[in-house]
Design a binder for this molecule. Structure first.
Ligand code: NAD
Length: 296
């Protein structure tokens, strides 16, 4: 079995790396957060002394970091993966970052004979723990096929969407649909509340019809129970919306709905809700309408 390097042991990376250990892979890990490293070592992983050290000891190197700048620093920086990885090693970046940065990272690695896939995920922490994430991949078909046994330990599905960068374009598409759906749900539930109709009845009546969605089923009950703990933080969704707007402008795709939801999330951040779940988008509408969406 291949030895895997894992860098970035946060909310997502920690359970994902633990699932690789459970599947029998040997793991060498690194994070700037010592506590996260200690937890993985206690679970059976080897501690890497540095990013370069991790890269030099593994055939597959996985990164799960916050955003593009961290991925660039960890992969291409002074102590980066690029300086430690063996020829023909496979780097899999599973962070959600700008697709243009994925391409840049892929090209720099390719120039050194190192292979690269961008493979962001959807599903959040519960699915990271269960190993049932949806994984969207960009890269060469042969590299994708080779990565499948590893990806399948972390995800229920892994789909090759195109060349390097296509994984993150797919993730941005995913994040547009999720953000706009939460906004639509919030708008609808505040309307029902102001019109004097129990939002729970509205939810139950419409969830099986065309307006039903995974987002509605995941978020409406939490909103009505006033549960806004993350989940997926407003601040992280703002990060994705920044990447969405930047990519849209680069490729010439205007994004009026994404731009609106971005400003709603910015307003919530200013109001101190940045670390709440993105379901708290309803608070924006509640403030506008002076209403609270709760079970009747
Ligand atoms: P997180 O902030 O919990 O974890 C990031 C980890 O990277 C932290 O442990 C941090 O210490 C480490 N790190 C940062 N800079 C580093 C560096 N230079 N060197 C080594 N380690 C470094 O974030 P997360 O929630 O695990 O998210 C990771 C990625 O997955 C993000 O791109 C996010 O958008 C995406 N994602 C998150 C969720 C979710 O629900 N949390 C769902 C899907 C996708």
């Amino acid at each position: 079995m291949k030895k895997i390097g894992f860098i970035g042991l946060g909310i997502m990376g920690k359970p994902m790396s633990k699932n690789l250990l459970k599947a029998g892979y040997q793991l060498v890990v690194y994070d700037i957060n010592e506590q996260a490293v200690t937890e993985l070592v206690e679970a059976g992983a080897e501690k890497g002394d540095s990013i370069k050290d991790v890269a030099s000891k593994a055939e597959v190197i996985i990164t799960m970091l916050p955003n593009s700048p961290q991925v660039k620093e960890v992969v291409l920086g002074e102590d980066g993966v690029i300086h430690g990885a063996k020829q023909d090693a496979l780097v899999i970046d599973m962070s959600s970052i700008a697709p243009l940065v994925s391409r840049e990272v892929g090209e720099e690695l390719a120039a050194k004979g190192i292979r690269f896939l961008d493979a962001p995920v959807s599903g959040g922490q519960p699915k990271a723990v269960d190993g049932t994430l949806s994984i969207m991949v960009g890269g060469k078909e042969a590299d994708f096929e080779e990565s499948l046994p590893v990806l399948k330990c972390m995800g229920a599905s892994a789909v090759l969407c195109g060349d390097v960068g296509a994984g993150n374009v797919t993730k941005l598409a995913n994040q547009i649909i999720v953000a706009v759906n939460i906004a639509a749900m919030s708008e609808a539930l505040v309307l029902a509340t102001k019109a004097g109709v129990d939002p729970e009845s509205v939810y139950k009546a419409i969830r099986g019809g065309l307006a039903g969605s995974t987002v509605l089923d995941a978020k409406a009950p939490l909103v009505m129970d006033r549960k806004f703990d993350p989940g997926f933080r407003i601040n992280l969704h703002i990060k994705d919306l920044n990447n969405i707007m930047e990519t849209g402008h680069e490729v010439g795709a205007p994004l009026p709905l994404s731009a609106s939801v971005m400003e709603m999330m910015q307003a919530l951040k200013v109001d101190g809700h940045g670390d709440k779940d993105h379901g708290s988008l309803v608070l924006f509408y509640e403030k506008l309408a002076n209403a609270i969406v709760q079970k009747g």
